[in-house]
Design a protein. Structure first.
Length: 95
């Protein structure tokens, strides 16, 4: 089977952390790198979570970088203040 090359873009919460671990464990997958973006938490927490996942999996050689678009970041911090997307509609639909 041919080796699959992956570049993973993640906000590395629980679900993404598990997905990254599964990808790292596959013998036919080579993770080229990981980009960290905000989602359910800040980019700083995402980077800390990625470091933890890579460490637990013994894959510290996999590189990671921060990716953040400031305009999107401002919008989501207004609409997604660390509590989940369910709050976005009520907070952002008012104008």
């Amino acid at each position: 089977m041919a080796q699959k090359l992956l570049l993973i873009d993640t906000d590395c919460g629980i679900d993404d952390a598990q997905a990254v671990m599964v990808a790292l464990a596959q013998p036919n997958v080579k993770v080229l790198g990981i980009t960290c973006c905000f989602g359910n938490t800040s980019v700083d927490h995402v980077c800390q979570n990625v470091v933890r996942v890579l460490s637990v999996c013994g894959r510290n050689e996999v590189g990671f970088r921060v990716f953040c678009c400031p305009i999107i970041h401002l919008f989501f911090h207004k609409c997604h203040p660390f509590i989940g997307l369910y709050s976005c509609r009520s907070q952002c639909s008012k104008g």
